[in-house]
Write a protein of this length. Structure first.
Length: 402
């Protein structure tokens, strides 16, 4: 059989590999060729076959059409705004993280295009804040906009129920909330696309729900500021960060606002354990129960108590590592399962109810095809009835014919 060679520009091959965060050796291994062969393609000395180009597209997570663009697009810029675990050093973004950044940007662009086809404007995200604002005051404004009451918060029965409620409240503000599924928690806990229209928040689905809630509100604060930050504080929430580098000041501020949103001063200070506990005698059981009541991590609760003068920095430093180890053990125990969730749940949890509803509504109004739906939601059509039930509570008859 005669081989058909792809007439692609070498600079597009280089761009696709580098934007995927792969070295030449790593990419060559993925497509089962020698590094020298890949180098010859990128230098324009030889050309890949169509079959080899498809393998490159699969390895780089790019549609084959991008290799035929007139020039490399400027669609990737290194993210500076993502939350890491405090113990991790910043390095180059992994291919998995780069893919999740591209996926978030792609979904946001799809949402804008679908809204335009429907003749609708993106909902305005009107919450604004400044670094000069008092953190407590900004948190009260955010909490009022989110519309979640204290009674609702302490009434949630499970961490996932709390996560879904906070996510829904944030999406009601005109923000898309996605969940990344292919990135290690050690590398990324959350990041935000602080765009003027339809901004987006991404949190790590591998993280504990309580941690994801904090990350969502932290990133929401970034959106309110319209500013990005480094998001890798070594001592998150401690006093003195406001005197450090600009990135750390932003992160410390976002953490203080997030803590005040999730654990409002006026109600937390009235809790019986807070009223009677001396600053340096917080026992594990008391702290854990108080944190569970507000659906936050014990460490986040301790940081908030520190901010309110209900514990000391010395006590926090002594307990911080111990609390983190215990929290990680609980997370591992709670996430052990015999198998992963079904594809319909994965589609809704990663893309988010707001995005899923927009895609389905566009299909109902015949603006897109069923193939588009499967592409945008990254799921086979046979799962659509269950997805509809999850976001609408009903099934649409169109899927019987799709």
């Amino acid at each position: 059989m005669k081989r058909v060679y792809a007439r692609v520009k070498p600079e597009l091959l280089v761009w696709a590999r580098e934007s995927a965060g792969l070295s030449r050796d790593e990419a060559a291994k993925k497509v089962a060729v020698k590094p020298a062969r890949l180098a010859s393609w990128e230098a324009g000395e030889r050309r890949p076959t169509i079959r080899q180009l498809r393998k490159l597209g699969s390895a780089y997570k790019r549609p084959i059409a991008v290799f035929y663009l007139p020039k490399p697009p400027r669609d990737f810029q290194a993210m500076r705004d993502f939350r890491r675990l405090p113990s991790d050093e910043r390095g180059s973004e992994s291919p998995a993280l780069r893919l999740e950044i591209r996926r978030a940007r792609y979904r946001r662009q799809v949402a804008l295009e679908l809204l335009a086809q429907l003749g609708e404007m993106p909902p305005p995200f009107s919450l604004r804040g400044r670094l000069s604002d008092p953190a407590e005051a900004l948190a009260r404004r955010a909490r009022a906009a989110l519309g979640i009451t204290h009674q609702q918060q302490v009434g949630w029965r499970t961490p996932h129920e709390a996560l879904h409620a906070w996510r829904s409240a944030i999406e009601q503000l005109g923000v898309l909330v996605f969940q990344a599924r292919g990135v290690a928690v050690e590398e990324m806990r959350g990041f935000a696309l602080a765009e003027g229209l339809l901004p987006a928040i991404v949190v790590n689905i591998k993280d504990h729900p309580h941690a994801r809630i904090f990350s969502m509100v932290h990133e929401l604060t970034h959106l309110m500021l319209r500013r990005a930050g480094l998001c890798d504080l070594k001592e998150e929430g401690l006093t003195g960060a406001e005197k450090g580098p600009a990135d750390q000041r932003i992160e410390a501020f976002c953490n203080r606002v997030a803590g005040a949103v999730l654990m409002p001063r006026e109600v937390l200070l009235r809790e019986e354990p807070v009223l009677r506990a001396p600053p340096e005698t917080w026992g594990d059981d008391t702290l854990v129960k108080l944190a569970q009541r507000y659906r936050v991590s014990p460490e986040a609760m301790l940081i908030r108590l520190l901010a309110l003068g209900k514990t000391t920095e010395r006590f926090y430093r002594e307990r911080r590592r111990q609390l983190r180890r215990a929290y990680e053990r609980r997370q591992q125990a709670e996430t052990k399962t015999t198998g992963g969730p079904p594809p319909d749940r994965v589609a809704v949890s990663t893309a988010g109810p707001a995005f899923v509803r927009l895609v389905l509504e566009s299909f109902y109004r015949e603006k897109i095809t069923s193939a588009d739906v499967a592409d945008y939601l990254e799921v086979r059509l046979k799962w659509m009835p269950k997805i509809e039930k999850a976001v609408f509570g009903r099934r649409h008859d169109a899927w019987a014919l799709a």
